[in-house]
Ligand binder design. Structure first.
Ligand SMILES: Cc1ncc(COP(=O)(O)O)c(C=O)c1O
Length: 387
């Protein structure tokens, strides 16, 4: 049997065994509704409170500033729509390379009468703080930018941007789904007012996440019902999920630093090995200001899907930059925004490394990808005869 190598941690991660253990009692003996006043309810409430404290301690914020949600997508929706609902009109600044959870939220608000600026990025996928400053208007109600892009891993200059938004008195929402628990985030020094994070990117469960909301941020709730989460997000809490998220954060606090160093070395070895073995390949994203485990490469004149499928046959899980929409293969909008030519962008493959990734795994991937790309190029009409 083939070795199995999972290099899609930016898509999702396995639940850490300690996280699973922490969650299990909340599926069986601790089943009370956390809003109930009896002992059964209080046991569930204690689980939620402990998780809130773990996360607040990690972010060095107050526990009242953490709201639990059903995913990074909901956190992004709540952050942006919550500010918009409190203000009722105004201008939103975001970037062209945000996750759809942000892009489509802002587009929806545009249909409701808000206006928006989608900032460009440079060739490395970075937003310029000067562009943020220039885009600010007297009616700007929120700036929403991602901490790191999920496809190419480029880290945005959030500290510099936060200085600008703070000076202007405009709330800064950071989609931190890819940075939270992977690289340090200092909400205070970075002037972050709203921070989205998600469990399943950090070895926690899927379908549970959070939003940090600075106390002074004017927000309205967007989901109506009970008094949960201090009336900011109605709905009975996903107790087991929240407990798992808290545990996952506790583990990240312990392991993040060392793991970042290890993954950066493995990520760089992957790029070095592929670059030495394959012609016409480029690395996407910022050379250094990048998520530790993310390596996005473009192979000119090869289709991403063919590489993903070829590697899948070898037991390797990576993801394609291009996507099939309505029968047409489209290049990634992130790579297009970065100005990457089409013949390169169509051959983009993202590897995202994680906790279990070993040096042997990376050598196996290099040994698999080099002959695969060579073979695909001999088969492709545009790539025939290429090395
Ligand atoms: C940057 C970013 N934002 C938001 C999301 C959505 O998070 P979730 O899958 O928890 O809804 C993702 C997931 O890939 C992401 O990478």
């Amino acid at each position: 049997m083939n070795r199995r190598v999972y290099l899609d941690h930016n898509a999702s991660t396995p639940v850490h065994p300690e996280v699973l253990q922490a969650m299990l009692p909340y599926f069986s003996e601790r089943y009370g509704n956390p809003s109930s006043v009896h002992g059964f309810g209080r046991e569930s409430r204690e689980g939620i409170d402990a998780a809130r404290e773990q996360i607040a301690a990690f972010l060095k914020v107050s526990k009242d500033e953490i709201v639990f949600t059903s995913g990074g997508t909901e956190s992004d929706n709540l952050g942006i729509k919550g500010v918009a609902a409190a203000r009722r009109a105004g201008h939103i600044i975001t970037s062209q390379i945000e996750h759809h959870a942000v892009l489509r939220t802002v587009q929806t608000l545009e249909q409701e009468g808000f206006t928006a600026t989608y900032l460009p990025v440079d060739g490395d996928g970075m937003v310029s703080p000067d562009d943020v400053r220039a885009a600010l208007r007297p009616d700007t109600i929120v700036v929403s930018l991602m901490g790191a892009n999920s496809e190419v891993g480029t880290l945005q200059p959030i500290r510099e941007i936060g200085r600008i938004t703070r000076e202007a008195g405009v709330p800064l929402h950071v989609d931190g789904v890819q940075t939270f628990g992977k690289v340090p985030i200092d909400v205070e020094a970075s002037g972050i007012d709203l921070l989205s994070f998600s469990g399943h990117k950090i070895y926690g469960p899927k379908g549970v996440a959070g939003l940090y909301i600075r106390k002074s941020t004017k927000m309205a709730s967007i989901q109506h019902g009970g008094e949960h989460e201090r009336r900011r997000r109605a709905g009975t809490e996903n107790v087991a999920g929240i407990v798992g998220l808290g545990k996952a954060v506790e583990i990240r606090a312990r392991e993040m630093g060392e793991e970042a160093t290890r993954l950066t070395a493995l990520r760089d070895r992957l790029w070095q090995g592929v670059r030495e073995g394959v012609g016409e390949v480029r690395l996407n994203g910022h050379p250094t200001q990048r998520l530790p485990g993310t390596c996005n490469m473009c192979f000119r004149n090869v289709e991403s899907e063919s590489i993903v499928l070829g590697l899948d046959l070898k037991g390797i899980g990576v993801s394609a930059g291009s996507a099939c929409t309505s029968g047409n293969v489209e290049p990634s909008y992130v790579l297009v925004a970065m100005g990457i030519p089409l013949d390169w962008a169509m051959g983009s493959v993202r590897s995202s490394l994680g906790h279990a990734t070993s040096a042997e795994d990376i050598e196996y991937v290099i040994e698999s990808i080099v002959p695969l790309v060579a073979k695909l190029r001999t088969q492709s009409p545009v790539g025939a005869g290429r090395p």
